[in-house]
Design a protein around this ligand. Structure first.
Ligand code: CA
Length: 231
C-alpha cells in the first residue's frame, strides 16, 4: 500500500473518457483522496507495478480491453477492492462484475456524492483474506466472504441491507456507530432527517439476532447518537 504522509486513501481511476477522468481527478482530490489516473488497462498495469492503491475505480469499456477481464487479472495477484464503473445498466454486467469479486458497481451517470459514499463504504469493509473473514461473538457467527450469518449454528436469513448493517456494527464491536455513519454507509442518498428506514432495519435485525427484541442484549440503542453491538 502506498503510504500517503497525511494518511489519505489512494484510489486508482481507470477511465478513458476525459470528462469523467477530469471530474474525478478534481472531485476525489477535494474529497481527500490521492488519485492515480490511467486511461487504458496497460497504463493501469504499469501503475500497479510501482504503487498499490487502496481502491480501484474501473471502467468496464476501455480502449484496450474489458474492465471485467482486467478485474479478474487484478484479483489473481491482489486483494485491492475494485468498484466497477459502467455506462451500461445491463443486469448481466452487474451480476458478472459482482460475481468476479468486484466490491461494488456504479453506473454512469452517477453523482460524485454517491460514488464517494460507496468508496468510503468499501474502504471500511474488512478485506477479504485477512483474519477478519469471520467474526464470532455471543451466539453469532458472521462470515464476510460468504455474506452469511448464523445464530447458535443455524443460518439466519438477512436482506442485503440487513447484512451490511450488521457487518458495519460487527466491524466496530462494542463501539458506538452513529446514525450518521449508518446512513452514510448504507443509504448514501438519504437525508439525515429521514431515518425511519434505518430504525426499521435495526428493528428487523433485532428480531433476527435477539432472544427478546424489545429488550435487546446485543444491538443497543444509544439515544440520540446511534447504536452499539455488544458481545
Ligand atoms: Ca469507457
Amino acid at each position: 500500500m502506498m503510504v500517503d504522509p497525511e494518511g489519505r486513501s489512494v484510489v486508482m481511476v481507470v477511465e478513458d473518457e476525459e470528462s469523467y477522468q477530469d471530474a474525478l481527478n478534481i472531485g476525489l482530490t477535494v474529497e481527500g483522496f490521492v488519485v492515480m489516473a490511467a486511461s487504458t488497462i496497460n497504463q493501469a498495469r504499469q501503475l500497479m507495478t510501482t504503487t498499490k492503491p487502496d481502491l480501484i475505480l474501473l471502467d468496464v469499456m476501455l480502449p484496450d480491453g474489458s474492465g471485467i477481464d482486467y478485474c479478474r487479472e487484478i484479483y489473481d495477484t491482489s486483494r485491492v477492492p475494485v468498484i466497477m464503473v459502467s455506462a451500461r445498466t445491463s443486469e448481466v454486467d452487474i451480476v458478472l462484475g459482482l460475481e468476479i469479486g468486484a466490491a461494488d458497481y456504479v453506473t454512469k451517470p452517477y453523482r460524485l456524492r454517491e460514488l464517494v459514499a460507496r468508496m468510503r463504504a468499501v474502504l471500511r469493509r474488512p478485506l477479504v483474506g485477512n483474519e477478519e473473514e469471520v467474526i464470532t461473538f455471543a451466539e453469532l457467527r458472521i462470515d464476510f466472504v460468504r455474506r452469511t450469518v448464523s445464530r447458535r449454528g443455524i443460518e439466519i436469513e438477512l436482506s442485503r441491507k440487513e447484512f451490511d448493517l450488521l457487518a458495519l456494527f460487527a466491524t466496530r464491536l462494542a463501539q458506538v456507530v452513529t446514525r450518521e455513519v449508518c446512513l452514510d454507509t448504507l443509504w448514501w442518498g438519504l437525508e439525515l432527517s429521514d431515518t425511519r428506514t434505518l430504525d426499521t432495519h435495526v428493528k428487523r435485525l433485532r428480531q433476527k439476532i435477539e432472544d427478546d427484541p424489545s429488550n435487546p442484549r446485543h444491538l443497543i440503542t444509544i439515544r440520540g447518537v446511534g447504536f452499539r453491538l455488544d458481545p
